[in-house]
Write a protein that binds this ligand. Structure first.
Ligand SMILES: Cc1cc2nc3c(=O)[nH]c(=O)nc-3n(C[C@H](O)[C@H](O)[C@H](O)COP(=O)(O)O)c2cc1C
Length: 243
């Protein structure tokens, strides 16, 4: 009997106000490499296309989680919440659903003043429900960044993104990739080299590693869950597993 290859779904999220820039280009390349394995389907979203308001700190997401936990048990893992769990109705609703539907998340943002753009921080803050509801617990993630100069904030940006992805309950599977968008990382933006990230060989190698680890680990998690369901009738995330 012919078996279909198991595939995972990767959601690529790019957070920059510049459309069709270096960040979008490199994330698209990463997703193409993932698809070339024959084991991944991908989707790219641009935060710029979504209206994302600041988190207002209302705690509504947490209160709902606490209420469910009080009803069904404080050690329930993940918390059985359906769909969107935020008081603000905006573009985040669609983004949360896409995140919940994916097996892997690849977050790309440029270096802005040795950090990440406010747009990306706002997006991360609005993922607070996942910190407490553990609904992303079987998914993997990696971060990618691009700056003008070599070593001018890429590590800080990556660190922030990795830690944030971990904090919202994702399993970060690689150090991440860091690239430059000016020739040789000299920090000179030349019109002809607007896409200098294409020339950054070191950055390209890091992207390769990020993609390979992401696809491989996501596939293994998915295969492991399916195997447990087949042999034991449920996986570690099935209701009742931790009782
Ligand atoms: C507000 C702002 C701050 C920036 N700060 C840094 C920085 O600290 N270090 C750096 O290497 N590049 C910095 N850059 C450059 C961007 O990281 C770089 O242009 C990157 O390629 C942007 O991605 P894009 O090509 O997709 O637009 C900054 C750009 C802007 C607009």
């Amino acid at each position: 009997m012919e078996t279909k290859p198991l595939k995972i779904k990767i959601l690529g999220i790019v957070g920059t106000p510049i459309k069709n820039g270096n960040c979008q280009y490199q994330l698209e390349e990463a997703l193409k490499r993932a698809e070339a394995t024959g084991r991944a389907v991908t989707e790219l979203v641009l935060l710029e296309d979504y209206k994302i308001n600041y988190c207002i700190g209302c705690d509504k997401c947490m209160r709902k989680i606490n209420k469910i936990q009080a009803e069904v048990g404080h050690d329930v893992f993940p918390v059985p919440i359906e769909g969107y769990n935020c008081s603000i109705k905006d573009g985040m609703e669609e983004l949360h659903l896409k995140m919940l539907d994916a097996d892997a998340i690849l977050l790309m943002a440029p270096v802005y003043i040795a950090s990440i753009p406010g747009q990306v921080k706002t997006f991360i803050d609005r993922c607070r429900t996942f910190v407490h509801d553990f609904r992303l617990l079987d998914k993997v993630a990696s971060a990618m960044t691009i700056g003008f100069f070599r070593n001018s904030g890429q590590d800080t940006a990556l660190d922030l993104m990795r830690t944030s992805l971990l904090a919202i309950g994702l399993n970060v599977v690689s150090y991440g990739s860091s690239s430059v968008s000016t020739r040789e990382g000299l920090g000179v933006p030349i019109k002809e080299t607007r896409f200098a990230v294409k020339e950054d060989l070191a950055g390209g190698v890091m992207v390769d590693i990020v993609v390979k680890k992401l696809v491989r680990t996501a596939l293994h998690i998915k295969a492991g869950k399916l195997a447990m369901v087949e042999s034991e009738g449920g996986s570690c995330t099935s209701p009742g597993f931790w009782e």
